[in-house]
Design a protein around this ligand. Structure first.
Ligand SMILES: Cc1ncc(COP(=O)(O)O)c(C=O)c1O
Length: 674
């Protein structure tokens, strides 16, 4: 009988790229694995099966140099790759080994082969049930069974993982070699860098012997458990993880926090189970790394895309800019055209500066206003970015930003000398603001125009008058609210004009561009200080903004999204009423959100995300509306939400919500609209 061991290996591992050639005690991992496997007394041939990707040519070269055969085959249909190799090498029996198991044990491999032969089965392994340490997996099967399974399934997971159908469909005779003790909790495989460290240390402990038995590793784990510092990682976790989830795990090891924006962290939605990354976006649809399509009924790029993802006209304008050059020693004319357009939209403003993020625009505005007033002290209301000037609010007490950003935020790294330069005030509490202005020598008031609730008792007009009377610069931060209820700032709705304002988020419909606008007397102070940055001069941002503004003005998109937002709000209220669930809705219509007033608001939000994900939605408790969210999309969304509200009602009546959740609950985020 021709018994061919096929070792599947590739360089493009999602979690640990190039892992099969990473050094273990100085040798590439695959070399170690092949050396150990070649000690088998029953295997007649060893072949490495890798993918047809160009990168894997390098792996093939290395394998051939080591004296083994290597074949390249389908990247995603690994089952097909196995059949092709098995046929080429005329295998009667195939032994499947994966390249992430350098501790493969030849005696154990032979035991599984013997059991396979003695039991006269189609498939035999040592993994169902798993009783050996993870990393000693051996699967043995006939080529006929493999071909039959291939003809019976088209499921992508079956094709990627080769044997699920063989072992789980019930259509094949199977058996298993079991260890007398269950050691399946032990982790000797290599999926993450910490695993690599562990395996490297194991090999170093036995060096120069490369062919030590797995039983010796077991002894080592008993004597020196501290070596096995990966033991908390879960067995075979990778099997059911999506590509996005795997990439997020990698990201968390090398990017503090995993990404650059708190609001896009999976923990904010569905820890461990969120798709995390996108491969494509268009309109109000998003595709994850596995190609699964979702309707985005959540934060729409955190409010960047009123015109939907990938708007054809904006993209065309950007493409043209790319074709004719995005950067040069000379300035791009678009920045002037954009400045002129912004002044036209905001006639009280005379001058403009541009930047590329909202936090930056806010910091620039504060610098200019401080330079203009020669005063340091700022009163703030709302979220205005991550910079030192803003976060310094929490130096005197880490509860100061509780109502504006997050409770308990530690301003670590912000110079202590900034303490008592910035003071928070609560929205609609005019008396408190007057007291603050009286007590401190406030030179600047910076605020979001409208937050979760609108202004009451002429709050905005009173703030305007106070600022004028006291010679205070009034700044409206329209980074998020801009273009959602008017063509420009939401301040227009209330007929109250600031001295300066910032736009961000939606200004370039997904392309990075933000703006600071203001009265000449104030803005000119920018020239008395230093505000300058290389990439504020690139051309894509202003190009995208000019086109976005043109489309918004032409199509009056703020009206569309406001109408849709109100529609969604009404439908949601009807759904809540139908189920007798108490919710509180908040936000401006195009940035609508709600909170459950019942027993477990965050659990319910997590349940919605979890269940709606299965139905093809990115969803939580906020909906940032874009022009593609039609009424019928909203209706269907509400229809799909109905059974989940039903479950929530059951939980309100006593059912255990935890029994419905597959993972941890989401973290609570910004306690505000953003
Ligand atoms: C009102 C407001 N200002 C500033 C910012 C900060 O913008 P960015 O995240 O682009 O730095 C945000 C972001 O959420 C915001 O909502």
């Amino acid at each position: 009988m021709n018994i061919v061991a096929i070792v599947q290996a590739r360089l493009g591992s999602k979690r640990l790229p190039n892992k099969v050639i990473k050094p273990i005690n100085g040798l590439p991992m695959i070399e170690v694995l092949l050396a150990r496997l070649s000690k088998s007394k029953l295997i007649t041939k060893i072949v490495v099966a890798t993918s047809e990707d160009d990168v894997d040519k390098k792996l093939k070269k290395l394998i051939n140099k080591l004296g083994y055969d290597c074949e390249q085959g389908s990247k995603d249909d690994v089952l097909k790759r196995y059949i092709t190799v098995a046929e080429k090498y005329e295998a009667d029996i195939v032994v499947r080994i994966t390249g992430d198991c350098p501790l493969v044990d030849s005696d154990l491999v032979d035991q599984v082969i013997n059991k396979f032969i003695n039991d006269n089965v189609d498939y035999c392994s040592n993994t169902i049930p798993a009783t050996y340490p993870d990393g000693l997996d051996v699967e043995v099967f006939t080529i006929e069974a493999l071909k039959k399974s291939s003809s019976m399934t088209t499921n992508s997971s079956d094709l990627e993982h080769v044997t699920p159908y063989l072992k789980e469909s019930g259509n094949f005779k199977t058996s298993c070699l079991e260890n007398h003790n269950d050691l399946s909790e032990m982790r000797w495989t290599v999926d993450e860098s910490i695993d690599l460290e562990v395996v490297d240390t194991i090999f170093k402990s036995f060096a120069p012997d490369l062919n030590f038995s797995w039983l010796k590793v077991l002894d080592l784990q008993k004597i020196r458990p501290e070596i096995f510092k990966n033991s908390s990682l879960i067995r075979n976790e990778g099997f059911s993880m999506t590509n996005g989830q795997k990439l997020w795990k990698r990201a968390k090891q090398i990017i503090p926090g995993g990404n650059m924006l708190l609001s896009k962290r999976p923990e904010m939605f569905l820890p461990d189970l969120w798709p995390s990354y996108f491969s494509k976006s268009k309109g109000c649809n998003v595709w994850d790394l596995d190609g699964k399509k979702y309707i985005d009924m959540s934060i729409m790029g955190i409010g960047t895309n009123i015109l939907g993802y990938g708007h054809p006209e904006v993209d065309e304008a950007v493409h043209k800019t790319i074709d004719s050059g995005n950067m040069s020693t000379l300035n791009c004319p678009e920045e002037v055209y954009l400045a002129e357009k912004l002044i036209e939209i905001n006639p009280w403003a005379d001058m403009v500066r541009l930047a590329r993020s909202g936090g930056e625009a806010n910091a620039i505005a504060i610098r200019i206003a401080r330079a203009a007033t020669n005063k340091d002290k700022v009163a703030i209301c709302g979220y205005h970015g991550w910079h030192d000037w803003y976060l310094s609010v929490n130096l005197s007490s880490n509860t100061n930003l509780t109502n504006h950003l997050l409770p308990g935020l530690n301003p670590n790294g912000v110079p202590k000398s900034l303490e008592d330069t910035v003071f928070p005030f609560n929205y609609n509490d005019f008396e408190a603001l007057v007291n603050l202005v009286d007590k401190e020598n406030i030179g600047i008031i910076k605020m979001e125009v409208e937050r979760t609730v609108g202004p009451q008792n002429n709050f905005l007009s009173k703030v305007r008058k106070l600022a004028t009377d006291r010679n205070i610069v009034l700044i409206f931060d329209e980074c998020t609210s801009g273009f959602r209820e008017t063509f420009g700032g939401i301040y227009k709705k209330y007929n109250v004009e600031p001295d300066m304002a910032m736009y961000g988020k939606a200004l370039g419909n997904g392309y990075a561009i933000t703006a600071i606008i203001g009265k000449k007397g104030i803005m000119e102070a920018a020239q008395t200080t230093f505000i300058s940055s290389t990439f504020w001069t690139e051309r894509i941002g202003p190009t995208a903004a000019i086109k976005t503004l043109e489309i918004m003005e032409r199509d009056e998109t703020w009206k569309t999204i406001t109408k849709l937002g109100l529609y969604a709000r009404n439908q949601l209220q009807s759904l809540a009423d139908k189920h007798q669930i108490k919710i509180e809705q908040w936000g401006i219509p195009a940035l609508t959100g709600y909170t459950f007033l019942g027993r477990h608001p965050l659990h319910y939000k997590t349940l919605i995300t979890q269940e709606m994900l299965k139905k093809g939605y990115l969803a939580g408790n906020t909906l940032y509306v874009c022009i593609h969210h039609t009424e019928s999309i909203i209706d269907e969304f509400i229809f799909n939400l109905d059974p989940i509200f039903s479950l929530i009602k059951e939980c309100e009546d006593g059912r255990d919500i935890n029994s419905l959740l597959s993972g941890q609950i989401c973290h609570s985020g910004f306690e505000r609209l953003n």
